[in-house]
Design a protein around this ligand. Structure first.
Ligand code: ATP
Ligand code: MG
Length: 282
């Protein structure tokens, strides 16, 4: 099965990281144009991100990892398999700081520079705004300053690039993160490999959002503590060497842990340890 990933850029490192965390080992590093694994039936293709939806739509690559913004902009016949949770960013409209902006109607009759003409025109149509789209492939943020456009539509993550170019963000039109996309006519043999890969990715993702919690408590507090801990099935309770005390183990979502910590302490929990989970199979 062939997986297309970005060769160099904002998606590359995390895409390779996901493969590694799934226990997939590559033969010849990641510096070549392709690389195969010796312990999982997968081959990596290293491409420019803009080309990945085409390769996947044509079936040259069976699956690919790309920003949703690029996948949707290319508008190809591809399956959206799974959001991957990294490279989060948004596509926004921005105008010069000095503009008194009240609503998206501002853009009526204006010229907007962007590298995302499709997503922008879908947005403008949905808002019934009649604006001229000026497509450029890079350095979009300088367009208003040099008189090329009245506003821009570009990728924003922190917003610092906009500010340093004298612009302000006025509308978020699309939210993006890295997604796994797939060929629509994937063979059943490759689908089976893909299912294995997805299973591994989900185990890693579950491991990341969950923590393993261990705590000590007097035996009479066990019932109440178990009510506070959600647990995968039911917490493990082990006797401590000290009479009348037990150790309670469970898995908990990190955000739930912060909500419940006070309750746990009040119920009598002591020596609470929270440790990372590498993989979690539900
Ligand atoms: P290529 O040379 O492969 O065409 P590129 O310059 O088009 O690369 P990158 O800048 O590496 O692309 O960005 C790849 C993707 O990462 C974007 O399409 C977007 O989904 C996401 N991305 C872009 N900017 C940011 C950012 N500042 N923070 C997080 N994610 C981002
Ligand atoms: Mg690109």
């Amino acid at each position: 099965m062939r997986l297309a990933i970005q060769s160099k850029g904002r998606l590359s490192e995390d895409s390779i990281q996901i493969i590694k965390e799934c226990g997939i080992k590559m033969n010849n590093g990641v510096s070549k144009l392709t690389s195969s694994s010796y312990n999982f039936p997968i081959e990596l293709l290293f491409l420019r991100d803009d080309d990945i939806p085409d390769y996947v739509a044509d079936g040259v690559a069976d699956i690919g990892i790309v920003g949703e913004n690029v996948a949707v902009e290319k508008g190809k016949n591809i399956d959206y398999i799974k959001k991957l949770g990294f490279s989060k960013c948004r596509l926004s409209l921005a105008v010069p700081k000095s503009v008194e902006y009240k609503s998206s109607k501002y853009f009526d009759g204006k010229k907007i520079a962007t590298s995302y003409p499709k997503i922008l025109s879908d947005y403008l149509n949905s808002e019934s705004i009649n604006a001229e789209i000026h497509e450029i492939s890079g350095s979009v943020e300088i367009a208003p300053g040099i008189g090329l456009a009245d506003g821009i539509c570009d990728i924003v993550s922190s917003g610092s690039t906009l500010i340093s170019n004298g612009l302000k963000e006025v509308e978020v039109i699309f939210k993006s993160e890295a997604v796994m996309i797939g060929y629509q006519d994937i063979s059943s043999a490759k689908k089976a490999i893909l299912d294995q890969l997805i299973f591994r990715i989900e185990s890693v993702q579950n491991g990341k959002i969950n923590k393993y919690i261990l705590l000590n408590a007097p035996n009479e507090a066990i019932d109440e503590i178990i009510k506070i801990l959600p647990g995968m099935k039911s917490p493990t309770v082990l006797p401590l060497a000290q009479e009348g005390w037990s150790s309670i183990h469970s898995a908990i979502k990190e955000d739930e842990f912060w909500e419940r910590i006070e309750k746990l302490k009040k119920a009598g929990a002591q020596g609470i340890l929270v440790v990372p989970i590498e993989k979690m199979i539900l």
